[in-house]
Design a protein around this ligand. Structure first.
Ligand code: EPZ
Length: 430
């Protein structure tokens, strides 16, 4: 089983290039099958979730031509099956985006119910509410969601909870429904906007993405397009916090600063200097970080996907901080791992009280989920001594060449798959 092994204490310095947004890519890949013509997608992140999604798509007959690790040509002309196999949904929940895409195009789809995951139960009731409001019959049979409609007709829908997945899934189905659809209380994340822009580039008629009301006029057909995915603001934020936690100075390139406003604001609050450029941000860390309170919220609030990363920073800051996780019910598991490195925290419901300590020490820890795993890497980079991280397959779901990019800015980190390799690393770094 692969592990990351890290020798902490190096100040990260230099430049790092950010890849395409995983969470935009997953919606865009699904939407791409809604046309029978060829679609070229570029700036695709080469991460496990994307690769599994492409496998799920080729399994139903989509032509997948991976022209490079960061671009793919898709054609949904010969889809022979609208039933996605369980093994794919088990690997990535977001294969449920194929439900909205297939329902929109073929008025029929069958996708296994996604289970919960490590950060919460993650229901999809709002997705199904939207499909029903568009006129689909939705039933759960043998562990799968079956959705079917004679016709999909536009509707006026209010989402009870702000949901990225439900907004994207319903937007896809509605883009090929008859008539007008209004979705209120929508998610406004950059990747929701990216999926809407992608659909519009195929001839959809979607207005208002990025606000809390999206208006769609359904079209009969969608056509070919070439599209480049936006940079990943969560990957960018992760490197920004890695700089903050290692007293570093890092230029994070290929970003959209506007998407990082909440993250930048918190980095400033904990004592960092941040320089903003057109497509890059530079983070210069102080000698000691300051405490702060943070509450995760839907965009443009502080992102839940950046909560573990700031949690690690606050565990090393001067003073006591309060972190409130308002989106998911189980996103503090990394604090149990961090305690093994000397961090002090107390979790009460969806709030964590974190008392900063002036030093973390290396330990063997395990990644509980994707973003918590990335946060534990940051902790290892900041800690004294050697940290070994198990279950890094979670991290590889959403971070391309994570160890390589970190080495490029001075980290001593390697991906090892045996005791011998781990020993070699330890002897090398001394
Ligand atoms: C997306 O998940 C992201 N995943 C998550 O990123 C991210 O944390 C989340 O949005 C919030 O920003 C992808 O885009 C693939 P939600 P999603 O629907 O769409 C509740 C990562 O690290 N809800 O916005 O599943 C839900 O329980 C991953 O890259 C319902 O109640 O999140 C949660 O409390 C982790 N009913 C809240 O809404 C529903 O039908 C927000 O969830 C749907 C959601």
């Amino acid at each position: 089983m692969e592990q990351y092994i890290i020798k902490g204490g190096n100040e990260l310095r230099g430049e790092v290039e950010i890849g395409g947004a995983k969470n935009a890519a997953l919606g865009i890949l699904a939407a791409a099958i809604m046309t029978d013509e060829e679609v070229l997608i570029e700036n695709l992140p080469d991460v496990r979730d994307v690769n599994v999604m492409l496998e799920a798509m080729s399994q139903i007959g989509v032509k997948v031509d991976r022209v490079s690790s960061h671009s793919v040509i898709l054609c949904g002309e010969n889809i022979g099956d609208v039933n996605i196999e369980y093994e794919y949904i088990k690997k990535i929940r977001a294969s449920y985006y194929l439900l909205g895409a297939l329902l929109g195009k073929y008025k029929k789809a069958e996708v296994p119910l996604p289970g919960g995951c490590n950060i919460g139960s993650r229901p999809i009731d709002l997705h199904l509410k939207g499909f029903k409001a568009l006129g689909a019959k939705v039933s759960i049979r043998n562990g799968s969601i079956c959705a079917e409609a004679e016709h999909l007709r536009g509707c006026h829908l209010f989402l009870d909870t702000v949901s990225v997945g439900a907004t994207i899934n319903i937007m896809m189905a509605a883009s090929m429904a008859e008539g007008r659809t209004v979705i209120e209380n929508c998610a406004k994340e950059p990747h929701v906007v990216d999926v809407a822009n992608f659909l519009n580039s195929m001839g959809a008629n979607i207005k208002g993405a990025g606000t809390d009301v999206i208006r769609i006029v359904g079209v009969e057909r969608l056509h070919k397009t070439e599209y480049s995915i936006i940079p990943d603001q969560i990957e960018a934020g992760t490197f920004m916090f890695a700089a903050a936690c290692t007293h570093g100075d890092v230029l994070v390139k290929n970003v959209i600063p506007k998407h990082l406003e909440a993250t930048i604001s918190k980095l400033l609050e904990i004592g960092c200097r941040v320089e903003e450029y057109d497509t890059a941000v530079r983070v210069i860390a102080p000698k000691r970080l300051s405490c702060a309170n943070v509450k995760t919220l839907p965009y443009p609030g502080y992102p839940t996907d950046m909560q573990p990363q700031i949690g690690v920073a606050l565990a090393m800051a001067e003073g006591t901080s309060i972190v409130t996780e308002s989106i998911f019910e189980n996103r503090f598991k990394y604090l149990d791992e961090l305690a093994r490195m000397g961090a002090t925290s107390k979790v009460e419901g969806n709030t964590a009280i974190i008392t900063g300590s002036d030093r973390l020490t290396g330990a063997r820890v395990s990644a509980p989920d994707l973003r918590a795993g990335a946060a534990l890497v940051i902790a290892g980079l900041a800690a004294e001594g050697i940290t070994t991280i198990d279950d890094i397959v979670y991290i590889q779901r959403g971070y391309e060449a994570f160890d390589e990019k970190l080495r490029g800015i001075g980290a001593q980190i390697e991906c090892v798959s045996s005791h011998r390799e781990a020993r070699k690393f330890t002897l090398k770094v001394g």
